[in-house]
Design a protein around this ligand. Sequence first.
Ligand SMILES: C[S@@+](CC[C@H](N)C(=O)[O-])C[C@H]1O[C@@H](n2cnc3c(N)ncnc32)[C@H](O)[C@@H]1O
Length: 312
Amino acid sequence: MAPKRQRQPHSAEFFGPQRDHWWNRDHLALIAARFGLESVRSALDVGCGVGHWGRLVATVLPDEATITGIDREPAWVRAASELATRSSLGDRFRYQEGIAEALEFADGGFDLVTCQTVLIHAVSPRAVIREMLRVCRPGGVILVAEPNNRASLLVDTSVNAGAPVEDLLERLRFALTCERGKAALGEGHNSIGDLLPGYLAEEGVENVQTFISDKTEALVPPYGSEGQALRAYTIKQAEEETWGWSREDARRFFTAGGGGEDEFDLAWGRRQEENRAAARALERGTFHTAGGTILYVIGGRKPTGAGPPARA
Ligand SMILES: C[S@@+](CC[C@H](N)C(=O)[O-])C[C@H]1O[C@@H](n2cnc3c(N)ncnc32)[C@H](O)[C@@H]1O
């Protein structure tokens, strides 16, 4: 019998150093100014993981602002706490276990409630948004950074540019089938970002504003220090035969999305061929792409009056 693979904590495959390069600091500072974050003294980072987003957001908050992070994975809470202590940030950051849909905080306790790539994993993003709003003070800010993950599949690279239209459609069909399956299994909608401005407005958030990170995942030889992290991540995917997800997860999502078992093996083989072609070109130093992505940051203010509008 094959040895049972140990369960990795949620999102383990996404916590590499490439995650530190999703935002330009000056753009984040501009976003902070647009949302008036200069008055924030307490922030909550929901689904904090090992703290990438919270640490980044902290750089555009006043020095005296404290950041509390919650995550349902004990391993991430430990890792985030250790990282904060090691970086002498222990005074500003506090991490604890928690569930986004049932936050263990009193109403209205935080000036800013935020998350990054968490709503894409939620069974009900609206339930998480409501909870985030509950713990946000009236007049405080809710800010969510969430992607449309499928958009980047349409971006050309030096390796796939000019491929037959059918190949591109097959790739998109595979991704969409997996995306639908993941949602059907209650593991979240990977491109939920498109819908979130509307969800926030429907939950009564005022002055909803939507922006996109002005940073792409560009890979241009000789790649530079940031490019190296993304280059290494892409090569690792080819070596480990993953595609963002492991083969097992992709198979679960694909079949739950209506794809056939037999179809999966063929489609997965194609993804691996694509990965290997990209990895070979990266190793030769010939791979390049502008690497367009859609990572939204969407936010607004919790009303100072009564709660969300009544639904008819
Ligand atoms: C993709 S990671 C994002 C981590 C972090 N926000 C960042 O941007 O680096 C998603 C995180 O959300 C956590 N998570 C997912 N669903 C959750 C829930 N319902 N309650 C609390 N944490 C959750 C996962 O454990 C994981 O650490």
